[in-house]
Design a protein around this ligand. Structure first.
Ligand code: BEZ
Length: 211
């Protein structure tokens, strides 16, 4: 059955460009970003993996590790990394899973036969410290992802996991947030000492509580 939000992320062992990875051990107690790309030596994927390398510190600040996967073999990944580094002016600093037998791709439902029988789509899974799937997004092969959006979602997930808030449209770190409807006005007085503006009884806007 397809993975859904809140499911436990499947564990696996795989060969990667940084050695054998036991996924759960590799994740440790932090957050994980597992993302697939269609194929090595393709232009959009080259730009995506270069950008992820450049953003590694931003993921680390959020206690998140990134790992890529495609159905290409290890030797192909290793050769392609040289091109990514040269053309994107970076150093790939995270593991690429070699998945020629599609073990990981099938576990995570990354091959969508009506898009391609043979390659993974552009999937992203954000996995929490509890090993549960917190976000899934899927892009087609011809559309590169915006990894700043993945960082933005990580910020939202980490904030909303710790406070009784939700983040509104186009929210970014530092913007006002919304008090979740399950919190009564009475309870909100204690939880949100900075106060809030009620546009409607269900739409209460408050400054980000952890700043
Ligand atoms: C790319 O990464 O550029 C790409 C891969 C598969 C199909 C189309 C584009």
């Amino acid at each position: 059955m397809a993975i859904q939000l809140g499911d436990i992320a499947p564990d696996f062992t795989a060969d990667t460009t940084e050695g054998t990875v036991d996924f759960y051990d590799w994740l440790g107690d932090g957050w994980g970003v597992l993302f697939s790309h269609p194929a090595d030596f393709t232009p959009v994927c080259t730009t995506e993996l270069g950008m992820v390398a450049k953003l590694k510190d931003e993921f680390a600040k959020r206690n998140a590790k990134v790992i890529a996967v495609s159905v290409d073999p290890l030797e192909s990944h290793q050769a392609w990394i040289g091109d990514i580094n040269d053309t994107q002016h970076t150093n790939v600093n995270f593991p690429l899973i070699a998945d020629p037998d599609r073990k990981v791709a099938d576990l995570y439902g990354m091959i969508h036969p009506n898009a391609s029988d043979t390659t993974t789509v552009r999937s992203v899974f954000l996995i929490g410290p509890d090993k549960k799937v917190k976000l899934m997004i899927t892009y087609p092969a011809a559309t590169g992802r915006n990894f700043n959006e993945i960082l933005r979602v990580l910020d939202s997930l980490q904030l909303t996991a710790n406070y009784s808030v939700a983040t509104p449209v186009n929210w970014n770190q530092g913007d006002d947030v919304i008090i979740v409807p399950a919190v009564s006005d009475e309870a909100a007085k204690a939880k949100f000492p900075k106060g809030w503006k009620a546009e409607r009884p269900y739409l209460r806007v408050t400054p980000q509580p952890n700043l």
